[in-house]
Design a binder for this molecule. Structure first.
Ligand code: ADP
Length: 489
């Protein structure tokens, strides 16, 4: 550990490149480079590259701070969490500037939608934690009481897409439940979470309650999840990484949640509003398809295929690839040259295997990290591009004849995170709701979410549920105590 590095200036905002541990900035001697997807020649920062020693320091700080934070109770923690929410709202502009440069999400989306959801998460979980009522009842001559007790230090590991918002999604319930947190953001977009540490500090969060550690997953991430003082691990990322984290959690007998990828079906029945469905389908290219919830498998009733495709092409033609700062841009660059290469290789393999590239299928001719919005008609349902997550602007198109076939095709991958359905029939909406193997099924809409509802994946899309009381239960030790009635006064 060395003295602090100078802060980096990113589009006029000064951001710390160091860890935040025990209420102060801590630096590693080694660093990793953070570049902007908008212009890969532009280095944004050299960020502290944490190691096992950093992980130990962070878990020690979180362990030391736990008892006092837990003792505050929901009513004592609520005002601090709400102050943090207010500070996020007050800092939307600098946060949007930094996350746009770092991850390349559209500046307008960040400013108008995504970042304020981070603030909402802190407010919502403060409310839900305060509203909890202990369950008390009599049975077998005893009085039973169920308590939700804070569990201890929680390690939160998050991915590079929507780094700030996705981190609040996990940190907010962990903190509201009375736990202390060590957050490790992804190494491809580490900067906005560094700003979250400063905002938490300004909100009055006691030292050690919220810590941010920077670095490479296999290094500091692996050290954090292996630490035996950690009481919960909350992870969003790839199934491959989840398997490593699962082994660490199993070794220490620690509960963990994992929100992994998706291969969401997007079913369009013949009675749907085809224009609305086609527009929503073309919208699955937003954020360059780097969205785990996206409906990437278009499954359209055969009788309306031509009509749907015409409208889908119409809306897809309106997409504008460009600089994420430009309000007319709708498709941002991919996060990293390596990821762009992965997406391009996926499409090449599909082409070679005999799948039909209906549109797109190339890196954008103007250069940079953009990939064209791409639609592929697979040879059959076993095609790799149908079965595996691409995480890019690549959709597949399949058809079905009857309702049973629609559900069968929808359920034919190992994933099960979310689904989108377009129909004007309540019976078909119910069929989809009951029949599709996914944690969230949206009919005639997308991304609408009540924070009290459970959220999570089935199959290789994940373990556990986030949202409302489900997240607070995960982050708590649920304890029952019983007293023989009449035996005490
Ligand atoms: P993606 O494919 O979306 O980049 P990853 O699963 O590779 O997803 O990364 C998600 C997060 O997991 C990142 O913060 C990364 O640093 C972290 N990570 C990667 N490998 C490990 C590991 N072995 N242990 C802990 N964290 C890891």
């Amino acid at each position: 550990m060395i003295a602090e590095h100078p802060r980096a200036e990113v589009d006029g905002v000064m951001v710390s490149v160091d860890h935040f541990i025990g209420g102060r900035r801590v630096a590693s001697e080694r660093t990793f480079e953070d570049r902007s997807p908008l212009d890969w020649s532009r280095k944004l920062a050299d960020v502290s590259r944490g190691d096992a020693e950093t992980a130990d320091l962070a878990i020690s700080a979180a362990t030391a701070a736990f008892a006092e934070w837990a003792a505050l109770g929901p009513a004592g923690r609520g005002p601090i969490l709400r102050r943090l929410a207010d500070l996020i709202d007050a800092n939307i502009e600098p946060l949007a500037a930094v996350e746009c440069a770092d991850m390349a999400m559209l500046h307008e989306s960040l400013r108008l939608r995504v970042l304020s959801r981070g603030a909402r998460n802190f407010r919502a979980y403060a409310d839900i934690a305060e509203a909890y009522e202990e369950r008390v009842w009599s049975s077998n001559g005893t009085r039973n009481t169920v308590l939700r007790r804070p569990a201890g230090p929680v390690v939160v590991i998050t991915p590079w897409n929507a780094p700030f918002m996705l981190s609040t999604w996990k940190c907010a319930p962990a903190l509201a439940a009375g736990n202390t947190v060590v957050l490790k953001p992804a190494e491809w977009s580490p900067l906005s979470c560094s700003m979250m540490a400063d905002l938490a500090d300004d909100a009055g969060m006691p030292p050690g309650v919220f810590n941010v550690v920077q670095g490479i997953g296999e290094e500091v991430g692996a050290a954090l999840v292996a630490d035996r003082r950690v009481r919960r691990v909350s992870f969003t990322g790839s199934p491959a990484t989840a398997r490593h984290i699962g082994v660490a959690a199993a070794t220490n007998i620690v509960p963990f949640t994992a929100e992994l990828g998706g291969k969401g079906p997007f079913i369009v029945f013949d009675d749907a509003d085809i224009d609305a469905a086609a527009k929503q389908a073309a919208g699955q290219f937003d954020d360059s398809g780097q969205v785990c919830l996206a409906g990437t498998r278009l499954i359209v009733q055969a009788s309306i295929r031509g009509q749907f495709l015409e409208r889908f092409n119409h809306f897809t033609d309106q997409h504008v690839l460009g600089d994420s700062h430009d309000p007319v841009t709708t498709i941002s660059p991919m996060i990293h040259p390596q990821h762009l290469a992965n997406v391009a290789a996926f499409v090449e393999r599909a082409r070679t295997a005999g799948d039909v590239i209906v549109r797109g299928g190339n890196v954008w001719r103007n250069g940079g990290l953009w990939y064209e919005p791409t639609l592929i008609e697979p040879k059959d349902n076993n095609s790799e591009v149908v079965q595996n997550e691409v995480f890019g602007p690549v959709l597949t198109l399949q058809t079905f004849v009857d309702d049973a076939e629609a559900i069968e095709v929808a359920n034919s991958t190992n994933y099960g995170l979310s689904a989108i359905v377009y129909t004007s029939s309540q019976a078909r909406a119910d069929l989809a709701g009951h029949g599709i193997r996914a944690g969230t099924i949206w009919t005639n809409c997308f991304l609408i979410r009540d924070l009290t509802a459970p959220f999570g994946g089935i199959g290789i899309s994940g373990i556990g549920r986030e949202g409302g009381d489900y997240a607070l239960d995960f982050n708590s030790d649920l304890v029952t105590y019983q007293v023989v009635e009449g035996s005490t006064s």
